[in-house]
Design a protein around this ligand. Structure first.
Ligand code: ZN
Length: 204
């Protein structure tokens, strides 16, 4: 399986990092080895001084597809969850300045927290009308509404599948809203989708 990630999918987040709002989705991958089960703690790697949390809606692909139309994209998923796209921001800034790929900053072990999944039918709301939050210790640090995405889930599936085959079990991280910040040992990050707790990760 692969983890497909979208960068800069919320205008306010692009702005907080000083990035332009893209006219096409920014796409990158994380390997399967990046997955951190939500039952394990996250150890801040020794080679970075600045790991940021990015809470994101995660869509689980449930069938194989290529060149999927936006209209038919909804047939390719029926469960959604939340994840964290942990990002070594200092390393990413260095790589970006050189025009190099982001893997060292985005694809390291543990960089993809994946929480539990909920059937959309159970949520009883469309995928483009979901609210989610990330709490650190006792404070909400990020809150997002999927209605604020620059590119909707269906549009992302259509765009990505123009050049990559989607397979059952692939995960689509759909971008983070504003409020990204560095994590510290002792932090505890809790993700909630429509009020349901889907993960809680201790930072070490
Ligand atoms: Zn992200």
């Amino acid at each position: 399986m692969k983890i497909i990630c979208i960068g800069r999918n919320y205008a306010q987040h692009a702005k907080e990092l000083g990035n332009p709002v893209p006219s096409k989705p920014v796409v990158f991958l994380k390997p399967q080895s990046a997955i951190l089960s939500h039952k394990h703690p996250f150890y801040i790697p020794t080679w970075t001084q600045e790991v940021h949390h990015e809470i994101e809606l995660v869509v689980k692909i449930n069938r194989i597809g290529k060149t999927i139309s936006e209209h038919h994209a909804h047939r390719y998923y029926d469960e959604v969850g939340l994840g964290i796209d942990f990002t070594a921001r200092d390393i990413q800034a260095e790589l970006k300045s050189k025009g190099h790929p982001w893997e060292r900053a985005k694809a390291f072990d543990g960089s993809a927290v994946v929480g539990g999944f909920v059937p959309l039918a159970e949520l009883g709301k469309p995928v483009n009308d979901l609210a989610f939050t990330l709490q650190n210790r006792d404070q909400v640090v990020q809150s997002g509404e999927t209605s604020a995405m620059l590119f909707s889930v269906d549009r992302l599936i259509a765009e990505v599948s123009t050049f990559m085959t989607l397979k059952m079990g692939d995960l689509l991280f759909t971008g983070t809203p504003e409020g990204v910040a560095a994590v510290q040992p002792g932090d505890r990050l809790t993700g909630r989708l429509e009020g349901r707790e889907l993960f809680a990760v201790n930072i070490k």
